[in-house]
Design a protein around this ligand. Structure first.
Ligand code: EPU
Length: 340
């Protein structure tokens, strides 16, 4: 049986800690409950939003519709041999708990993605990535339900349209598909260790340790803790904007005026530049405006010190966007899902 509640505070369902209210709210623990929900009048008549860990969301006001909180749990081994293991993980599992489970069992592939907030079901939607690894590298299958027909539907990795913080679940399938599980292919030996990111190498050197699944995870956790605010202590949704890609000629022009501008490796004549650097150059880093602000150690992260409003954070993001546009002729795109 499902229970649809009314006028529920969303404060504990978004890591920004925004105190918006949902007109309707329902918690889903099984696929069957989801199928039951989509037959209800509330589902049919109201707009709805599926929420996992709420770590990539900004509510700019109350949500006048139905919030569906995903609570499906479980990890199942679907295939295993001496080299590989395939885990089917329910979408409501906490991402970092899954990473810790894999690190403990020495399953390789997601150790660089340690400490990313959010749920397993949300991870493929924005193809979470950090320290040289994206989740698409280990995804095998996405299972879920077609919201129109209520029928189960699966997508193999090649059908997911993965790109930098992109997938079909954000575009063609937005509001059309519910992810119930993610199957990951992980290594049991001959791990594909990735220590390409300078900060990981430096941290491991300081830790005086060789790269293993465990030590990479430890290093990533140490780096993230030093730069990124813990959402339990300070409300935030990680990087607020995507790192923009610009043309090589645009980059060379900028480099003439700003010789220190950093960049990520070039792909297809495009250069990706760190939005955090652009924002810092515009003077925003560490700025506080009443209850909200820009994090002091990472300018890409907007923060809520407690009683901030979603609309205030949105307005700050827009101001940041226009100052970066003015100074560098680059339009930043939000990575966070802004609910207006
Ligand atoms: N930088 C600054 N000032 C800042 C922030 C960064 O100058 O305030 C410069 C740094 O000095 C460095 C460069 O920007 O040269 C890159 O910084 P960092 O290593 O912190 O990475 P990022 O590009 O800012 C991306 C992801 C993060 C991910 C890290 C590590 C995006 C939008 N963000 O950040 O992901 O953890 O790389 O791989 O791609 C997230 O998506 O929520 C997230 C935290």
């Amino acid at each position: 049986m499902i229970r649809i509640e009314e006028n529920v505070s969303l404060r504990s369902y978004n890591t920004f800690g925004i105190d918006a209210n949902a007109r309707y709210f329902c918690r889903i623990s099984t696929e069957a409950q989801f199928q039951e929900l989509i037959k209800t009048a509330v589902y049919k008549n109201e707009k709805h939003l599926i929420v996992g860990g709420g770590s990539n969301l900004l509510f700019t006001g109350d949500f006048d519709g139905l919030i569906i909180k995903v609570d499906l749990k479980g990890i199942t081994i679907v295939e295993e041999n001496d080299d590989h293991i395939h885990l089917e993980v329910s979408s409501g599992e906490v991402w970092h708990d899954l990473v810790m489970y894999c690190v403990q069992h020495n399953y390789g592939g997601i150790e660089n993605l340690s400490l990313i907030p959010g749920s397993v079901g949300a991870a493929p939607i924005q193809n979470i990535g950090a320290y040289g690894v994206e989740i698409q590298e280990v995804i095998q299958l996405i299972k879920g339900i077609d919201l129109k027909t209520g029928e189960p539907k699966s997508y193999t990795k090649d059908k997911c349209g993965f790109g930098y913080r992109e997938s079909i679940f954000k575009h063609e399938l937005k509001e059309k598909y519910f992810i119930s599980s993610v199957t990951l292919s992980l290594t049991k030996k001959n791990h594909r260790i990735n220590v390409s990111y300078g900060a990981i190498q430096d941290t491991m050197k300081a830790m005086n340790t060789l790269p293993t699944i465990q030590s990479i995870s430890d290093a990533v956790i140490q780096i993230r803790r030093s730069k990124l605010p813990d959402p339990i202590l300070i409300g935030n949704a990680g990087s607020f904007f995507k790192n923009p890609s610009i043309s090589l000629s645009h980059y060379q022009n900028l480099k003439n005026n700003h010789p220190k501008i950093p960049s990520y490796p070039t792909v297809n004549q495009e250069v990706k530049v760190p939005a955090g650097w652009l924002i810092e150059q515009c003077g925003w880093k560490g700025k506080r405006i009443n209850n909200i602000g820009v994090h002091e150690h990472q300018a890409l992260v907007l923060v809520n010190y407690g009683a901030g409003k979603g609309e205030e954070i949105y307005q700050l993001a827009m101001q940041i966007q226009s100052s970066v546009k003015e100074k560098f002729s680059i339009t930043l795109t939000p990575e966070v899902n802004i609910i207006r």
